[in-house]
Design a protein around this ligand. Sequence first.
Ligand code: GLU
Length: 514
Amino acid sequence: MCGIVGYIGKRKALPILIQGIRNLEYRGYDSAGIAVLDGEKMYVERAVGRVANLEAKLPKRSVEGGLGIVHSRWATHGGVTEANAHPHTDCAGNIHLVHNGIIENYKELKEMLAARGHTFASETDTEILAHLIEDFYAKAKQPKTRFEDAVRAALKKVHGTYGLAILSRDNPDKLIAVRNFSPLLLGIGKKEYFIASDASAVMKYTRKVVYLEDGEMAVLTPRGYHISDLENRRRTRRPERLEWSMKKIQKGGFPHFMLKEIFEQPEAIMNSTRGRMVLKTGEVMLGGLREVKDELKTAKRVLLVGCGTAYLAGKAAEGMFEEFVGIPAQSYLASELRYREPVFQKGDVAFFVSQSGETADTLAALRELKRHKIPVFGVVNAVGSTIARETDAGVYQHVGPEIAVASTKAFTSQVTILALIAVMMGRMRGLPPKKAKEVLGAIKALPDELQKVLAQNNAIKKMAKKYLHYDNFLYLGRKYNLPAALEGALKIKEIAYVHAEGMSIGEMKHGRSR
Ligand code: GLU
């Protein structure tokens, strides 16, 4: 979900890689790492935090090799530690790879690989890929078997999203790029080639790029590149010329991050729900809540706590818990809850919603509820954040970093995840499978539905222009649309600094806003 850069060519890879990953820093990340083939040896370094921390660890001597990969990580599986930072490697230390995305079936694969004798050095989903490729590579290592065939065979076993840059010590003239629902492109230079998750990483060196499509793999050598699919059918793609400025490229062509993130919503919802719904049976699988099943099964009331937009995500979910689980649900503003004397009952469970996992009021309310011995769970985007650590259990959003101050993709993902939780709890206590399937089907359809709304961009823009100079906005809604109305008003205030109010439509004549 964050950054990948790869290089193969005549120049020293290391400074090019560092420069490239620096250009991707704007995307936000939690750790970084690099691997460069330096003669016979693989030079590997990883660091938690900024790229500058990684740079501080680089050796004084020059690392000569012209083949390497670098990564900036946004943790999804496993905490933010040096051991979990990429690149990851196999048992033999031969294969090194970096990955953006999520491997959905990593648990099964890990068990299978462990049974075959592989040992693991990290908690990530990514690491299993290195071992899986190793397994196929070793199995097939007849004189004629190529590294890329092992990569293909391994990836056929993998479900999930990935942008990958892969190299191995015994293939000093090969760099492999594979894409499945995570952006990846090739930069075409003169006798040198690049891989990048975002064009801004390579723009300094070349403006000629090839965007890989889902299911495509590129094998790069210092002499050229070859694109195929996982069945090894050749794909031809004409390079494109990047005409955009660096600034524009960093925002994916959008004028600002908020718009970019609004357009990332279909993908964000896909990542939040991937592998978590069984449409055929109406089951929801949320690994992060497995351990607290009993508390969820016997809960008598659900409290939903957050600030601002995250509070409204909770408010949107209130009705879902009532409707699907059949127990009372109540949303709280964390900043109010912490200063009140709330009355808790046995059977209360609380969900704390926070994109960053660091929201101060939410954290204070969380600690307060813990003091009252209420089971506390999180719906958080940032892996390993304070709220994620201090809750008893929880669900990660997996929507990637949100750069804009105003929450967009994180909000819709929070509502979606809370809906999944409500369905899961509902199924534990008699929600008919038919109803569950119906809700999950609607969630599954969300990315496409969102796409239809986003396609109306120009019409929406026209409407915004029409009302640009108005001073007051009233947003009205009922039931699930009331929190949407409140959120609409919040956004106008937050972004346009114009007064706005969200109201229950039924309360229009009584004047109550929430
Ligand atoms: N799922 C991987 C991890 O947690 C990759 C994260 C990323 O996209 O940066 O390490």
